[in-house]
Design a protein around this ligand. Structure first.
Ligand SMILES: [Fe+2]
Length: 164
C-alpha cells in the first residue's frame, strides 16, 4: 500500500512530463497556436505631408490622428495597430486595407464621395466609381494624397483570390 502511494506521484509526474514533451514537439496545431500571439503592432506610412495624410485617413475612417509621437503622426486602429505617418522626400506608394463593419463602410464611403475622392472597385483602378462585392462583403479602393491605395472591406478575404 505504501509503495503504491509512493509510485503514484511518479506516474503522475511522468504523465505531466509526457504531455509537456508532446507539446514541446508540437504538431501543426500546436505550432499554429504558438504563432497566434504574434500581432502587427505598428508600421510607418511615408507621406509628402504626414499631418495631411494622417488627417485624410483618420477623417475617412472616423479615427483620431495624432498627437505627434516623436516625428510621427500616429493613427491607431481598433485592433491596436498604429500607423505612423512620417514625412518623406521619396517613397513608393503602398497598399493598406481596413476591415470595417457595414455601418462603418456606409459612413466611410459617404465621406469618400462627399470629399470627391476617387474610388474604384479594383486595386488596379480600372473600375472607377464602383465598389465590389467580393468575399461575401463589400469593398472599395481609394487613393490617399500620396498615391497610397487604401481599401475598406466589410469581410476578410477568403482562402482564394476572387476576381471582379
Ligand atoms: Fe487588399
Amino acid at each position: 500500500m505504501g509503495e503504491t502511494r509512493a509510485e503514484l506521484p511518479f506516474i503522475r509526474d511522468q504523465a505531466v512530463c509526457l504531455s509537456h514533451d508532446q507539446a514541446a514537439r508540437s504538431g501543426p496545431e500546436e505550432e499554429g497556436a504558438a504563432q497566434m500571439s504574434v500581432e502587427l503592432n505598428h508600421t510607418i506610412i511615408p507621406a509628402k505631408d504626414k499631418w495631411v495624410s494622417a488627417k485624410f485617413l483618420a477623417d475617412i475612417l472616423n479615427l483620431e490622428a495624432g498627437p505627434e509621437w516623436g516625428h510621427f503622426v500616429p493613427v491607431k486602429t481598433a485592433n491596436g495597430v498604429t500607423l505612423d505617418f512620417d514625412t518623406r522626400e521619396e517613397f513608393r506608394p503602398g497598399h493598406y486595407a481596413f476591415l470595417v463593419s457595414d455601418a462603418e463602410f456606409d459612413a466611410a464611403f459617404a465621406r469618400i464621395r462627399a470629399q470627391g475622392v476617387r474610388y474604384y472597385a479594383d486595386p488596379r483602378r480600372t473600375k472607377p466609381g464602383e465598389i465590389n462585392h467580393l468575399h461575401g462583403g463589400r469593398g472599395v479602393y481609394f487613393e490617399d494624397p500620396n498615391g497610397h491605395v487604401m481599401e475598406i472591406i466589410t469581410h476578410p478575404y477568403g482562402d482564394r483570390p476572387e476576381q471582379i
